[in-house]
Design a protein around this ligand. Sequence first.
Ligand code: NAI
Length: 308
Amino acid sequence: MKVTIVGAGNVGATCADVISYRGIASEVVLLDIKEGFAEGKALDIMQCATNTGFNTKVSGVTNDYSKTAGSDVVVITSGIPRKPGMTREELIGINAGIVKTVAENVLKHSPNTIIVVVSNPMDTMTYLALKATGVPKNRIIGMGGALDSSRFRTYLSLALDKPANDISAMVIGGHGDTTMIPLTRLASYNGIPVTEFLSEEVLQKVAADTMVGGATLTGLLGTSAWYAPGASVAYLVDSILNDQKKMIACSVFVEGEYGQNDICIGVPCIIGKNGVEEILDIKLNDQEKALFAKSADAVRGMNDALKS
Ligand code: NAI
């Protein structure tokens, strides 16, 4: 199974690293516009093979899309990340041009590939990739919910003082500081609702921390995060390549689901070999429905910026 990752920067290279050491794919191609950069990252990752024990073949290329031919999955992380104080939305102008060109180029060599969009503002970039290429909606997936949900589970684990892997929780809606919706009501610890353990006040703080989780790291690091984003992409790619049918919140094109149309937004999806196998219809309460509608309006407003 072959994966191409366009953009060998922080997120792209971390994703390649995780895919390799976990043996998720047999081949990973890193592609970047910066001369020699992807080649260097690939070589560095390959030199981990004997110490971490993997057999994945990792190679890097500078803008040569012919080397990406026959990819089962293409991940797009090319673009600029945010700096402290920036919103994801401020990246739209530059990243739109990059994502459109990259999506068109990869499809010339891998017409049947599944595209995972990571570049921000991710919901709008996913929508742009879909509209610009005409690829069927099941094959264009925006990665945001996997990361936001892992941040949510981390903050819940800290509040509960219990392992994050024993906690089940999901974030839906737009992938933005004010648009994401951590579903506190449905979060659970080994099947027991977390509302049994945590006060409303604590849960509100966990949700608030989750929503600014990316901005917090940008403030600390001086640029946006990469370990959890790279691992979240790898988790999604694993579910596709190995047909795991995991339920993952992903930004996908909706046609009536959750009362919305003509946008890509985070909803619970079953992810398998065909990409989006199914969008799950979970019963939101009135407050969650209202938050989702508001989030969808914000995402729609962002998509309007593509027209200007
Ligand atoms: P980075 O700056 O470390 O890497 C971006 C790479 O893209 C650079 O190496 C650059 O040379 C390359 N690039 C730029 N234009 C290109 C083109 N036309 N073709 C090929 N490569 C090109 O940035 P980082 O931290 O890896 O972030 C990448 C993107 O992912 C940003 O837009 C960031 O906001 C987004 N992101 C999204 C997340 C999500 O949850 N959806 C999480 C974290 C970051």
